[in-house]
Design a protein around this ligand. Structure first.
Ligand code: CO8
Length: 261
């Protein structure tokens, strides 16, 4: 990996067409403070406007993806300060990243950590991963989308149970509940996710943008609206060089070489 930047608590690098962002404060189980938020969002936004990057991987160093928002940083905040700063609103910027964003969850993904993973397009989990929304144990509620995204991912019954009890679920349970795309052995996680990211990054970038946008639209629109939007987007793909290349390569029995246009 070529190091791109090293803001406090986060490592940023790239290899080929894949950008890598590593939460790197293992002594605090990668608890998410403001510095981490700014660093992750800035790195993702830079990768997003760089058309030599076709996929971004987000992971954590040590035994956590992220064990939540930094409790030590927020313990003594008052309401006026929390709302005045619109605490954690900055993370929303990640949902506007158009380049496919893959969470490689290596250990604890709790509270804001679970919510951060759910802001990504795909979650791949190590068999050691643990997911949960333990905020109820701290006398608060999830604050970065947990009540909404977890409910959409796993349904009301399980989301309600997890959020009311604050218990953790392991990777297998998260996979069977639909939160996680795949579970892999912990020592193979990063290699596996990077191989997947390399494959995605070779595909047509405009098609990738369209695909993530359309899947996300499924949560915001009716079925008929979503299907109509998908069909128009499919039609529009025929204006791309990449559609010609992809279909010709199939007919000529060779690998496509997308120019991302
Ligand atoms: N904030 C600050 N420090 C933390 C956090 C955290 N969330 N999690 C762990 N740490 C620190 C510990 O204090 C400890 O530091 P020290 O060595 O200085 O005492 C170090 O990391 C190691 O942790 P433990 O000794 O506790 O390790 P264990 O293996 O015994 O336990 C656990 C691991 C179970 C993960 C435990 O650390 C834990 O329960 N952590 C808190 C999990 C939690 O409650 N998370 C939710 C936080 S609230 C939240 O996320 C609100 C969401 C709002 C939006 C957030 C946007 C980012």
């Amino acid at each position: 990996f070529e190091a791109v930047d090293a803001p406090a608590g986060v490592l940023v690098g790239r290899r080929g067409r894949v950008g890598l962002i590593v939460l790197d404060r293992p002594q605090a189980l990668n608890a998410l403070n403001n510095q981490a938020m700014d660093a992750v969002v800035t790195a993702a936004e830079r990768f997003d406007v760089d058309d030599t990057i076709g996929a971004i991987v987000l992971t954590g160093a040590g035994r956590a993806f992220a064990a939540g928002a930094d409790i030590k940083e927020m313990a003594e905040l008052g309401y006026a300060e929390a709302t005045g700063r619109d605490l954690f609103a900055g993370w929303d910027a990640l949902t506007r990243i158009r380049t496919p964003l893959i969470a490689a969850v290596n250990g604890f993904a709790l509270g804001g950590g679970c919510e951060l993973a759910m802001m990504c397009d795909v979650i791949i989990a190590a068999d050691t991963a643990k997911f949960g929304q333990p905020e109820i144990n701290l006398g608060v509620v999830p604050g970065m989308g947990g009540t909404q995204r977890l409910t959409r991912a796993v349904g009301k019954a399980k989301a309600m149970e997890l959020i009311l009890t604050g218990r953790m679920m392991d990777a297998r349970e998260a996979e069977s509940a639909g939160l996680v795309a795949r579970v892999v052995a912990a020592d193979a996680l990063l290699d596996d996710v990077l191989a997947m990211a390399d494959g995605i990054a070779e595909k047509s970038l405009p098609a990738l943008y369209a695909a993530t946008e359309l899947v996300d639209a499924a949560f915001e629109s009716t079925l008929a609206e979503g299907v109509a939007r998908e069909r128009r987007t499919f039609h529009a793909a025929f204006a791309l060089d990449d559609q010609k290349e992809g279909m010709r390569a199939f007919i000529e029995k060779r690998e496509p070489r997308f120019t991302h246009r």
